[in-house]
Design a protein. Structure first.
Length: 121
């Protein structure tokens, strides 16, 4: 039996600000933005090439905005990712060399933390 992670909920304080960050700055694809009720709004976005999406909105989680740390995304080229994201206005760390890959780190406007990993050849 397969166990596929397909959706991760990210707690944010401002849904529209998060949507703008992930779509316009990170370049993620907007899949859904649905107002289900006065208490529930569901926004789903997907990184280019990913089988797993993220979601945020209103009424989806009780987690504190910015409390998600350590989401890791595999990328082909850390230097290219660094250059592209920096050009779009995303604050990223410099490329960090480690034995298990080359990394770029960043956070969304609420402080949810991401690492981008270029896997060693």
């Amino acid at each position: 039996m397969d166990y596929r992670i397909e959706l991760i909920i990210i707690p944010v304080s401002d849904v529209d600000r998060a949507k703008q960050f992930y779509v316009e700055k990170m370049g993620f694809h907007l899949d859904h933005d649905q107002r289900v009720s006065d208490e529930l709004r569901f926004v789903q976005i997907t990184p280019p090439g990913s089988a797993c999406s993220i979601a945020f909105g209103e009424g989806l989680t009780e987690a504190e905005p910015g409390s998600v740390k350590g989401i890791q995304v595999v990328i082909a080229d850390a230097d290219q990712a660094h250059a592209e994201l920096s050009a779009r206005g995303v604050t990223v760390t410099g490329v960090q060399e480690m034995a298990w890959g080359r990394f770029v780190f960043l956070s969304d406007p609420d402080g949810n933390a991401w690492s981008l990993q270029q896997i060693p050849a």
